[in-house]
Design a protein around this ligand. Structure first.
Ligand SMILES: NC(=O)C1=CN([C@@H]2O[C@H](COP(=O)(O)OP(=O)(O)OC[C@H]3O[C@@H](n4cnc5c(N)ncnc54)[C@H](O)[C@@H]3O)[C@@H](O)[C@H]2O)C=CC1
Ligand SMILES: O=C(O)CCC(=O)C(=O)O
Length: 421
């Protein structure tokens, strides 16, 4: 069981960063509370004619630096507390990357795997009907997160456009290309993390062929595994909600992708090509150089942090390492590249999508990649420098970097922003 809630984790990290900066206490206080969180009950018609209700939330955590931005998660364990924390992290993530956004997040408490495609579409449209007064292209801009994807974003964008009576692609990012999506958004979360590791390889002491373990073989996890494998690195272990597989000499990624495409767990490939089934919770401790948590929060905690053999943890998931585990990893010289930097490629290419929607002019893939790489390297370097200058972990350095930008914007708004409605 996780030892702290995501809320506690995030605020701990804010407090720690604040000790390294000369920031007014009321600025910190402002950042400890979400601006607004709306909870609704969505009711949809199921295929068998019955009705079913689902709890749903949208949190606009802080909009000091621009419209709130962040994904929508469909998960059976989603809670208001989790949504607020994910929105808090979005606030800091957008500030780390210097994107002109605040932070938001949404969720529906549902297991989408239990719904038919038609039910999923009705639920997605119901979400937008409920939150159409809260979201907007210059107010709050959703995107995909766990168990949501471009198809769902397409339905949502379509619903919003119908409600407002005109095409409004910039209201949601991560859309299908046919509805104004951006090339390069699909693998952007992983690509940002990949660019970061490549850029800091020397500082991280990484060279030659590496062994990689990936926890969570979904959008972020599959793409990062492919990128590292394409460079000749060995993917030794992957997991998903159904289990984990391990192969010291490297997993067959093609077979894993095929199993996922058919709706199976990675465990379906056990026995194939030397794939050995292991318990999902063993993945954290497998012998590897880089461990990539790409599933959910609090997966590396005080009881398994000691087992980590990797030298580098690349957090593609949001909040996968608890503060207690952070301290254990730091004491063992394991470098954690923190979520608010490492997985920010996703929201950065979402920003590119929003810009393209507003311009009505669409970029080539090369342009998306070049701009993403430039921003990842610039902000990654700045975070690394803060960590050297202040003698802190990259996580604390990333919070320092973001907090200084947030504090400057809060001050620049003047006193009125303290009483925003
Ligand atoms: N999609 C995006 O644009 C971004 C996603 N993220 C974060 O990355 C993480 C993964 O998100 P996506 O790849 O988009 O979601 P996804 O829904 O595509 O994949 C999630 C994966 O995690 C696996 N999983 C769930 N519970 C697990 C468990 N207990 N152990 C191992 N695996 C488990 C699922 O089976 C699935 O393979 C989340 O923390 C998300 O918030 C962060 C930035 C952007
Ligand atoms: O692409 C976006 O706007 C947000 C993605 C997201 O939810 C995240 O970075 O956690």
């Amino acid at each position: 069981m996780p030892e702290t809630s995501p809320l506690d984790s995030a605020l701990t990290r804010l407090d720690e960063a604040a000790t390294h900066l000369n920031v007014d206490a009321d600025v910190i206080e402002k950042l400890k509370y979400p601006r607004e969180t709306t909870k609704v009950r969505l009711m949809i018609r199921m295929d068998d004619g019955s009705r079913k209700s689902f709890l749903a939330w949208r949190c606009r955590y802080d909009d000091t630096r621009g419209p709130t931005k962040g994904g929508i998660r469909f998960h059976p364990d989603a809670t208001a507390d989790e949504v607020e924390m994910l929105a808090f992290w979005m606030t800091f993530k957008c500030a780390v990357m210097n994107l002109p956004y605040g932070g938001g997040k949404g969720a529906v408490q549902v297991d989408p795997r239990q719904l038919s495609k038609a039910e999923l579409e009705r639920l997605s449209r119901a979400y937008i009907q409920a939150f159409s007064r809260i979201i907007g292209p210059d107010r709050d801009i959703p995107a995909p997160d766990v168990y949501t994807n471009s198809m769902i974003m397409g339905w949502m964008a379509d619903e919003y456009s119908q409600i407002v009576g005109e095409g409004s692609p910039a209201v949601i990012t991560g859309k299908p290309l046919a509805l104004g999506g951006s090339v390069g958004r699909g693998d952007a979360t992983a690509r940002g993390g990949y660019y970061l590791v490549c850029h800091l390889a020397q500082e991280l002491g990484l060279s030659g062929s590496m062994k990689i373990a990936v926890q969570g073989f979904g959008n972020a996890g599959q793409h990062i595994a492919s990128m590292f494998a394409a460079d000749g690195h060995t993917i030794v272990a992957v997991s998903d909600s159904g289990g984990a597989v391990y192969a010291a000499n490297g997993l067959d990624l093609k077979a894993l992708m095929a199993a996922k495409a058919e709706g199976h767990s990675v465990i379906y490939t056990a026995g194939h090509s030397g794939h050995q089934a292991i318990a999902a919770n063993e993945l954290v401790g497998v012998d590897c150089d880089v461990l990539v948590p790409a599933a959910l929060e609090n997966m590396i905690h005080k009881t398994n942090a000691e087992t980590v053999k990797a030298r580098i943890v690349l957090e593609l998931a949001n909040g996968p390492v608890t503060p207690e585990a952070d301290a254990i990893l730091a004491s063992r010289n394991v470098v954690v590249l923190p979520d608010i930097l490492a997985n920010a490629g996703g929201v950065t290419v979402s920003y590119f999508e929003w810009v393209q929607n507003k311009q009505g002019y669409y970029w080539e893939l090369d342009e998306v990649h070049t701009r993403l790489r430039t921003i990842m390297e610039r902000e990654g370097r700045a975070v690394w420098q803060h960590s050297v200058d202040h003698g802190v972990t990259p996580r604390t350095a990333a919070y320092i970097h973001a907090l200084s930008r947030l504090a400057e914007a809060i001050e620049a708004h003047g006193t009125q922003s303290y009483f925003d409605s």
